[in-house]
Design a binder for this molecule. Structure first.
Ligand SMILES: N[C@@H](CCC(=O)N[C@@H](CS)C(=O)NCC(=O)O)C(=O)O
Length: 217
């Protein structure tokens, strides 16, 4: 059955791979599932046809036969459940990997997004300079805790899993900030994620949309 995802027709990040279709592409590449992409503009994302797929008018969405999903956590979990490669076989290890997916989305991503929102939308407010250090403190708090847990392991819990895919995707949002530099093990962790052939293919595919070129085979 054909899998179709949606992505930005023109990503605001200029093809840096930060739009959330990249994590879905990455998951599909990890499990070897081909997929098609329907590009949407900011205008069409808010129209009825797209809202029927995604009630909040966002990307990415995921369609497979009569199944339509939104939310990258749910999409990556669905892919990982149906195809080998992203979740361990053993029930407890599987539950722990799923826990890391939730941790990435519910505990680590929110302060990172708060920082992005502050920088993008609040830079002209009088209180911005006072607030930013508080927001960055909250990001560092999470990074410190994550760094302690990861220690010198390659991945968060044994072999690479959907939990690592999601955590690396979330941490990548900080790459240009320099904030990860204080945590060499997290920097190396992110680099390990980026070095995976499946990530490389996913990144190239989203970049090709932006540059208008064909992704490499
Ligand atoms: N929690 C959602 C977030 C989706 C999201 O924020 N998508 C962004 C692109 S990365 C978007 O569509 N932004 C445009 C908008 O919200 O209008 C998920 O993980 O799928």
């Amino acid at each position: 059955m054909t899998i179709t995802i949606t992505a930005f027709e023109r990503s605001p990040d200029g093809g840096k791979g930060l739009a959330r279709d990249t994590r879905v592409r990455w998951a599909l590449e990890e499990v070897g599932q081909p997929y098609e992409v329907r590009l949407v503009s900011f205008r069409t994302m808010k129209e009825a046809a797209h809202l029927a797929l995604h009630p909040f008018g966002q990307i990415p969405t995921y369609e497979e036969g009569d199944l339509a999903l939104f939310e990258t956590g749910a999409i990556v979990f669905h892919i990982a459940e149906r195809h080998a490669g992203l979740l361990p076989e053993h029930a407890n290890a599987r539950a722990r990997a799923i826990t890391w997916v939730f941790a990435a989305l519910n505990t680590v991503e929110p302060p990172i997004l708060e920082r992005e929102t502050a920088r993008l939308l609040e830079g002209d407010k009088l209180w911005y300079r006072e607030r930013l250090p508080l927001v960055e403190y909250r990001v560092h708090d999470r990074l410190k805790q994550l760094s302690t847990r990861l220690a010198d392991a390659d991945w968060l819990d044994g072999a690479f899993s959907a939990g690592d895919l999601m955590m690396v995707s979330v941490l990548l949002r900080l790459k240009s900030s320099g904030m990860l530099d204080e945590y060499p093990n997290l920097t190396a962790y992110v680099a390990r994620g980026e070095a995976r052939p499946a990530y490389t293919r996913a990144f190239a595919a989203q970049l090709a949309v932006y540059t208008g070129t064909s992704p490499p085979d």
